[in-house]
Design a protein around this ligand. Structure first.
Ligand code: SF4
Length: 219
């Protein structure tokens, strides 16, 4: 499933089913950019292989820009309040695809806000800074902070880039600030205790970043 909406109980529904279940009102539309990821988080549904394969979010191959745009063009846009590039994996591994999709949304539906949900390791993945490419295309970037220090972050994410990942993720958040109106870092409430969340708040405050504490299902 490439384009879907989320519903109560952690369910992901194609837009037609979403509208059958909830005929009224606008909803966020999510785009599954890729299954691929540069992390292997201990809490990730992808790591539960059998569950992942059975999930409607698992895609057999990455969709092309044309395939994604074709699905977007079929959407009933009067019911769409936000477009979110995410994945069952890490969307910014396919940076050019994400940018092309965001550009299309802004060209066709300039009033609809856009968001990218990411682990924030895209600059390590691509070996360069690219936040300025989001200018005018992206309204919100939601970056998984996960932890208050590099060691715990690596233990949770098992990032393929190792111990430098944490600082690189925070640097990416700061690089986004001039180009993306809402830069939000997130931690998951059941993964972190109150003490750890307080430390995360302090780190974000020091860097002028916004922290959102989200529930496990609320991704
Ligand atoms: S970054 Fe996201 S998709 Fe990748 S392993 Fe972690 S939770 Fe899963």
């Amino acid at each position: 499933m490439i384009v879907y909406a989320t519903h109560a109980g952690g369910r992901y529904l194609p837009i037609e089913e979403s509208l059958r279940e909830q005929p009224e009102g606008k909803r966020a539309v999510y785009i599954n950019i890729t299954n691929d990821c540069n992390c292997d988080c201990v809490f990730c549904l992808r790591s539960m292989k059998e569950m992942a394969k059975e999930s409607s979010l698992w895609i057999e191959r990455d969709p092309s820009v044309e395939e994604i745009i074709a699905e977007l063009d079929r959407l009933p846009w009067e019911y769409v309040c936000e477009v979110v590039c995410c994945g069952f994996g890490e969307p910014l591994i396919r940076l050019d695809t994400v940018l092309a999709v965001l550009r299309r949304v802004k060209e066709q539906h300039p009033d609809v806000p856009t968001r990218v949900n990411t682990n924030g390791l895209g600059e390590l993945e691509h070996g360069c800074e690219f936040a300025e490419r989001f200018a005018g295309l992206l309204d919100t970037i939601s970056i998984s902070l996960n932890a208050s220090n590099a060691e715990r972050y690596l233990a949770l994410t098992r990032s393929k880039f190792g111990i430098s990942s944490y600082e690189a993720m925070l640097a990416f958040a700061e690089h986004c600030k001039p180009y993306v109106p809402n830069v939000v870092l997130t931690v998951v409430e059941k993964v972190e205790n109150e003490e750890e969340i307080a430390l995360c708040r302090k780190i974000c405050a020091e860097r002028g970043l916004t922290l959102r504490v989200r529930t496990y299902e609320d991704s």
